[in-house]
Design a protein around this ligand. Sequence first.
Ligand SMILES: O=C(O)CCC(=O)C(=O)O
Length: 272
Amino acid sequence: MTVGPLKEQQVARFHCDGYLLIDNLLDAEETRLLGETARSDDLLRQAAMDVKDTKGRRTELSLWNHPGDDIYGVVARSERIVLAMRQLLDDEVYHYHSKLSAKEPREGGAWEWHQDYGYWYENGCLYPQMASVFIAIDRCTRANGCLQVLRASHQFGRFDHGRHGEQSGADPERVAAAAERCELVHLEMEPGAALFFHANLLHASDANLTEQPRWGLICCYNTRRNDPYKPSHHPGYTPLVVAPDSAIKEIGARGAQPDQGFLRQEDDETTG
Ligand SMILES: O=C(O)CCC(=O)C(=O)O
């Protein structure tokens, strides 16, 4: 078992439920810096892909492969996240990609039920030994489209995925069967909270029909032993330079940084 900042019960809960919610992973100042940087970052906005749901509502998704020296990069490389990921996945982890998922007031779209490994499998990753952390920049509520999960659905293994509008979603027949067997959990989160979730956990979110934005930073990790067997639009094993937790405030105070290589729509299979 890998040693790190999480308690044994937290690791056990992740393995049982497929997710682990941690309040205040970022403190108020770190969350404010992350939110202010993202909202004032013209390059991030320009790089955003519009991902439409089946009703034509759109989520803006900006995506990049390598964590840089800006606040998004140091959050993704921060000791508190990387060491927790190592514990949860029980191996050295590397950054697979990060994305900013922005659901704007009244127009932010829904996400179909899917497993991230539904896509990542196609990228040559043989094991589902992969996970993400969703960090709430804004308060995430049922009304503005917080993440929903089917508790413990990662234990089913990977479902087939197909196209649903512009998104790729898990086989609806299997999702319905899973929903009869697993508890549906709406994960309401305060800004700064973080949801670690397994790559095979079924998750979705509703549209944002409120007046409040729902922005979140999602950092995704792969394990060293799961180095993809073929190239894809996301990287193979690349050693991750862990940043001290204090770097989030230090770097965050500098604001947005030059372009870090955002992916474009044609590089990406909708979300991952
Ligand atoms: O932002 C959301 O609500 C969900 C995003 C998501 O599931 C994904 O990018 O895979």
